[in-house]
Design a protein around this ligand. Sequence first.
Ligand SMILES: C[S@@+](CC[C@H](N)C(=O)[O-])C[C@H]1O[C@@H](n2cnc3c(N)ncnc32)[C@H](O)[C@@H]1O
Length: 202
Amino acid sequence: MNHYFTNEENLKSNIHLLEIYIRDKRYLLYSDNGVFSKKGLDFGTKVLIDALPFNKITGDVLDVGCGYGPIGLCVKNETSSNVDMIDVNLRALHLSKMNAKKNNLDVNIFESDAYSNVNKKYDYIFTNPPIRAGKKKLYEILRGAYAYLKDNGEMWFVIRKNQGANSAIRDISDLYNVELKSKVKDYFVLCATKKNKDVDNA
Ligand SMILES: C[S@@+](CC[C@H](N)C(=O)[O-])C[C@H]1O[C@@H](n2cnc3c(N)ncnc32)[C@H](O)[C@@H]1O
């Protein structure tokens, strides 16, 4: 079975260009078979982006599970921040790189399984996390962010109620203060900030 988060080398490639409006701005983004939401902007991604605090985003930003790039590229386009984007899906990474170039956006894109290749701390971590990769991976991303956030950093993520939003809030609340920033249909946008700022081992 093909999942958007696995590397399916044998899956036929069909790179095509999407015209996508994000926060009323037009982007031309390449998409392909084997990547998340290949036909257009995912609704959860839109709900997350619409909730982000664009007027204060600055410093270092990490987009975890960037797919073909809508979150990181939009943040780079609309803020003065330094944006890193990571994924495990090589096709998604290739597309993100093409899309950064196509839209003239200077971002840093690299392969990383959760934070395995990440070696700095961020002011903001944004993610529409890979729910279908399983709870263990989800928590590796959500709980693992702790070590890659600066003391006053914020992790913003979107999760649906029926995908375990409430249990996710409960299960990370030992590490973070978690605030509901937006709720559209059953999509929750949550902002997590560090509780115990001098402890690094999540
Ligand atoms: C729900 S999709 C979001 C994609 C993109 N950010 C968007 O909003 O369209 C989750 C992404 O996480 C990636 N992913 C899955 N497992 C991962 C892991 N262990 N580490 C990093 N990224 C992962 C998937 O390949 C996929 O691109």
